[in-house]
Design a protein around this ligand. Structure first.
Ligand code: F0G
Length: 477
């Protein structure tokens, strides 16, 4: 049975470790390290599972449903704490994240070319700050507290900053500085950072620039960095996988599709699945499909275009460096309407390669037009999502058309952010002209020219009789 408090031995059974097998250096949990000091590669949080009390079956976690008054049992991240055992219960920082649902959507299934019953939407927009980031931020905030941090920072396309800001404002544990690119962030997200009182720096540059600067500033000032380089954040994001499995009665789907930006989520998903298989808690892993926006397709270009692979932890770094040099020489920057994933230099690229190998995964890119059309289907089917999230469904449709996904496959699309994050994108799509042509400059700048699923607002006179007659006409049309 699950114990209510991790014992001290589980504390020592967790450490940080470089992901490069040729280095593999380990570090204590008390160290704050953006990358491996020995070789510069990414770090994992690693566990000696022989020394950690892990349940014999995933079903044991269901016992926590009956003790939801305990905040760590209520949390959709920490009720799985035996699978991310790096903190004592009294150290955990939680604001009730992870109360999400996995919703069946037959209309989206049909649209994507799947059989009814085959497609589910994992609504991460239901988190306290409206995106999946809260899964990771609860874990990063916990580690920040463990290390005595008083100030935390991140670069963001908007959701990470909203999430970090909400954890700081609700807990008052630390001050927050967020770096966002000027004009690069949807208003819903900017409004959150401002409203929650974060010191908000609008940088003259894009996300990739902001991430470079925040790393330098954190290093110089001893500020705790909360971007997904931080391996503790990814520990929390593993819980998305646990909740998907739980909703499916612990039966893995065939596919999990996720938008790819900085590639933190896809990296966390792979780690969760590798660990669950290692622990014998699942016997089959779903295939992970990572979907890029075609204007921010570093992973797709390197994975499909240049055959970059994990290669046992020894990916061809020269291939990556060469590709970035070419991008720089051509002055190419990431550009997509799905601003959340407008990222040209994904920091978790190598970890994502590990996911792709471990899950026999796939990568593809979808255009902004495909993303917005998919978004309209998702909105009509339920809670809705922001543009970047809809890349998952757009990607599934594309992979179905290419024959990679079969019509009878069981697919989960992770919807990473709430519809209200970027209302401008939604209203603009649905306000296209009656012929379905888009005239807004914001859309045209991203080659979005039509809105086939638009649900246009109907102007009516301020007159009940006229309104009734119009409603009758429209409802019975
Ligand atoms: N979807 C949404 C809504 C996001 O906000 C992000 C990333 C992603 C997908 C991509 O996830 O980076 O794990 O591959 N947003 C970051 C931010 C970069 O700053 O909010 P990833």
């Amino acid at each position: 049975m699950l114990s209510s408090q991790s014992d001290q031995s589980s504390q020592r059974a967790a450490f940080q470790q470089c992901i490069a097998p040729d280095c593999g250096q380990t570090y204590g949990l008390d160290e704050v390290l953006p990358l491996c000091p020995a070789c510069g590669e990414l770090l994992d949080v690693t566990y000696d599972w022989d020394r950690v009390p892990v349940p014999a079956s995933l079903r044991e976690f269901e016992a926590r449903w009956s003790s939801r008054r305990n905040p760590v049992d209520f949390s959709g991240v920490w009720r799985f704490r035996e699978l991310l055992p790096f903190a004592r219960e009294d150290q955990i920082v939680t604001i009730g994240e992870g109360q999400t649902i996995l919703q069946l959507s037959d209309s989206c299934a049909t649209w994507a070319g799947l059989k009814p019953g085959g497609l589910r939407l994992q609504y991460e927009g239901l988190n306290p700050s409206g995106s999946f980031k809260d899964n990771g931020m609860t874990a990063a905030a916990t580690h920040a507290r463990m290390t005595g941090a008083t100030t935390a920072a991140c670069a963001s396309t908007g959701n990470t900053s909203a999430s970090l800001a909400i954890y700081a404002s609700t807990t008052q544990l630390f001050r927050v500085v967020v770096f966002v690119g000027s004009g690069k962030i949807a208003f819903g997200k900017l409004s959150q950072a401002l409203d929650y009182g974060a010191l908000t720096l609008q940088l003259d540059g894009d996300f990739d620039d902001a991430l470079i600067r925040v790393r330098e500033v954190c290093q110089a000032e001893g500020i705790y960095l909360c971007n997904s380089l931080n391996p503790f954040r990814l520990e929390g994001q593993k819980a998305i996988i646990y909740r998907i499995l739980e909703s499916l009665n612990w039966e893995p789907p065939d596919w999990i599709a996720v938008p790819g930006g900085n590639l933190g989520n896809s990296s966390a998903f792979g780690k969760a699945l590798i660990e669950l298989r290692h622990l014998g808690l699942i016997d089959r892993v779903p295939r992970v499909a990572v979907i890029n926006a075609s204007g921010a397709s570093t992973l797709d270009d390197l994975y499909n275009g240049r055959d970059l692979r994990w290669n046992g932890g020894r990916p061809d770094k020269a291939l990556i460096d060469g590709w970035y040099s070419e991008q720089d020489a051509e002055k190419k920057r990431a550009k997509t309407m799905a601003s959340a994933i407008e990222i040209g230099r994904p920091v978790n690229l190598v970890k994502c390669l590990r996911t792709l190998e471990a899950t026999d995964g796939l990568v593809c890119s979808v255009t902004d037009q495909q993303i917005l059309d998919a978004k309209a289907q998702i909105g009509a089917a339920g809670f809705g999502c922001e543009p970047a999230s809809a890349a998952s469904l757009a990607g599934v449709k594309l992979l179905r058309e290419q024959g990679q996904i079969a019509p009878s496959d069981r697919v989960v699309c992770v919807l990473t952010g709430h519809q209200l994050k970027d209302p401008d994108a939604t209203v603009t799509y649905h306000s296209s002209d009656p012929a379905g042509e888009v005239t807004s400059q914001r859309f045209l700048d991203h080659e979005v020219t039509s809105a086939p699923a638009a649900n246009r607002p109907i102007p009516v006179a301020n007159d009940s009789a006229a309104i009734i007659s119009r409603i009758r006409e429209l409802l019975h049309a």
